[in-house]
Design a protein around this ligand. Structure first.
Ligand code: FE2
Length: 613
């Protein structure tokens, strides 16, 4: 008997998404933000994403057996609600709410999902709606998608779900066992988010920026240990400073933050602007160091024994996107294999909830082999979109796309690359990417000026042929989702002079650090994507062609979008982004577009590329 499960996330008013499993096979998964063009699609339901999943599979709403949602009612007999009430004693309205109406949020969400399903044409009397606890959904998205067959330690760290913020468990024979959970406000993810706000960035996105800023600072300068401790198996956040609600919040221009005025008294004013400066770089370093220390202590305490047995660990929740922590986990001797769910944020809980229900119903899900699970478009779609676009972009059809585009890149031109199905999860991995020559010392600046407009202290990430990865980076495993960070191999580094070493913070940016400076961070680290022939042959071929011409199997890979916007989804989005920015070359399917008037050298470059045979 066939089993069709639609997973829908969006319970926590951000990152709604949809995922579809048919008989254990992941047919489609996509975030709502890509369709509605609104980053994180806050306060929306996964309407367009669910519609896409059904279309991709060619099925009707009546073909869906179960709709799985990653948010569930929490019983009053569980510790979660009582813990919340006790820790939020200073906000009695919220504390009492947790006791007397502790599932209000669930019922509100359920109503909205039902409304969304009705709009999609579902008959609510026929389809079964099955709630899965938020952290079980994260856990499932890691464990069930890992393909691990042996006993596996499962770690989940995020801001919060219903009440839980952290999950420790193990998986065996497809079943997930819970060992321990921590509850709001005792949230390591929440603390990182609160300090992210203090450092002048937004929660949900800014955490990456704090992590990127940290290597410029010195964690030893400020002791952050007062913010949180892990003692006797419990995580305790100091809510005098962070993870606060109500009157304890620091307020500025009518906006409330998750940190308190007391934090400002201690550390000074909240950071403004785009510069990585003193003392904030040191604060970022201290936060990252505290985060790593506590996460590893907690992992050892609850999962150490299980990890020692088989060496397998599966990790999800927003904090699993912290690649620096992942680097520390994989560096442990006892860890043999780490699977991090590529969509570790809440978007991934649509996959997790659906996978969980599939297992519950006796249909194991397959290993998640790649993230190319979104929509794709034909050359005819692309041409039609060109014709419809008001500025009537001129396109030419080309063959041997990887080889010709590689040649254009070797000439120093960044290229927007739109091929195949869109990626699921926050990273562009060669489906909707902007690519460039990693050897160019100017590439980082060029990309920032032309298209990304992002903070200059943030490095770009490399995509490297999987077979060459360990010759260019200190990495001994695959990192297909850019979820591991590795140092550039010694032989490709350029040693800094004493004078360069003495440069402070951001000034170090201008010092070439390796033969691939565009992707080498100030501490020689790089957020690596290993590119595999089996999962993205066209992208692999492009980098191979680049290597044939240069000897270098590494290119810059950054997402195809501008700051503040979601990654492009359709050809129309691609044109809008392309035309509205300084990027001059676009390879979309078999079509090539160039702004040769802006860059006459580009014309020469692509003309010679098109002559190649
Ligand atoms: Fe979550």
């Amino acid at each position: 008997m066939s089993l069709t499960i639609l997973g829908l996330s969006g319970a926590l008013s951000h990152d709604p998404s949809a995922a579809l499993y048919i008989d254990g096979k992941l047919i489609a998964a996509v975030e709502e933000e890509r369709f509605v063009r609104d980053k994180h699609a806050k306060n929306r339901m996964p309407y367009e994403s669910a519609k896409f999943c059904l279309e991709q599979a060619g099925i009707k709403p009546s073909d869906v057996d179960v709709v799985a949602i990653p948010f569930a009612p929490i019983s009053i007999f569980e510790k979660a609600r009582w813990h919340y009430a006790k820790r939020y004693w200073y906000a009695p309205d919220r504390a009492l709410d947790a006791i007397f109406a502790g599932n209000r949020r669930y019922y509100r969400y359920k109503k909205r999902i039902e409304w969304c399903l009705q709009q999609l044409g579902f008959d609510l009397k026929k389809v079964k709606l099955q709630p899965v606890e938020h952290h079980l959904a994260h856990a499932s998205s890691a464990y069930h998608c890992s393909g691990f067959t042996e006993k596996t330690a499962i770690l989940g760290i995020d801001g919060k779900g219903e009440y839980a913020t952290t999950f420790f468990g193990w998986g065996e024979n497809g079943k997930i066992h819970k060992i321990k959970e921590f509850y709001d406000p005792d949230s390591l993810g929440g603390l990182y988010g609160a300090i992210t706000e203090f450092l002048g960035f937004e929660m949900l996105d800014g955490e990456f920026k704090v992590m990127g800023m940290a290597p410029y600072g010195d964690a030893a300068r400020y002791d952050f240990s007062r913010l949180a401790k892990f003692e006797n198996g419990e995580l305790i956040i100091n809510t005098d400073y962070a993870n606060v609600i109500g009157f304890r919040r620091y307020k500025e221009k009518g906006k409330g933050y998750y940190f308190s005025p007391k934090l400002i008294e201690w550390l000074g004013p909240k950071r403004e602007g785009d510069i990585a400066d003193d003392p904030y770089i040191h604060y970022a370093a201290s936060m990252q160091a505290l985060f790593e220390k506590l996460a590893l202590e907690m992992m050892d305490y609850y999962l150490g024994d299980i990890i020692k047995q088989t060496g397998k660990i599966a990790f999800a929740g927003g904090c699993a996107l912290n690649v620096k922590l992942n680097q520390k986990i994989i560096a442990r001797d006892e860890v043999k294999e780490l699977f991090v769910q590529p969509a570790s944020g809440d978007a991934g809980t649509a996959v997790g909830a659906a996978a969980y229900v599939s297992h519950q119903r006796g249909v194991p899900v397959e290993k998640m082999e790649h993230v190319y699970l979104g929509p794709s478009y034909s050359n005819e779609d692309v041409i039609a979109a060109c014709v419809r676009h008001p500025s009537k972009p001129v396109w030419q059809k080309i063959d041997n796309v990887p080889e010709r585009i590689a040649k254009i890149m070797v000439d120093g031109n960044p290229v927007a690359w739109f091929q195949g199905r869109m990626e699921f999860g926050p990273r562009a991995l060669g489906g909707r990417s902007i690519l460039g020559d990693a050897r160019s010392p100017l590439m980082q600046k060029t990309l920032n000026l032309k298209v990304k407009y992002r903070e200059s202290f943030r490095p770009f990430a490399p995509a490297v042929l999987a077979e060459d990865a360990n010759r260019w980076f200190q990495i001994h495993c695959d990192s297909p989702y850019m979820l591991l960070v590795a140092d550039v191999a010694e032989r490709h580094r350029i040693a800094m002079t004493e004078a360069q070493r003495a440069l402070f913070g951001i000034d170090k940016l201008n010092v070439p650090r390796s033969s691939i400076p565009a992707v080498t961070h100030v501490d020689y680290s790089a957020r690596v994507q290993t590119v595999h022939k089996e999962t993205n042959p066209k992208f692999h071929e492009l980098i191979s062609s680049f290597k044939n011409r240069t000897g270098c199997p590494v290119i810059v890979n950054t997402s195809f979008n501008v700051r503040g916007e979601p990654i492009v989804c359709t050809p129309e989005d691609a044109f809008r982004c392309f035309m509205g920015t300084g990027i001059e070359a676009l390879a979309i399917g078999n079509c090539f577009l160039a702004k040769e008037r802006q860059n006459p050298a580009l014309k020469q470059s692509y003309e010679s590329a098109f002559e190649l045979d």
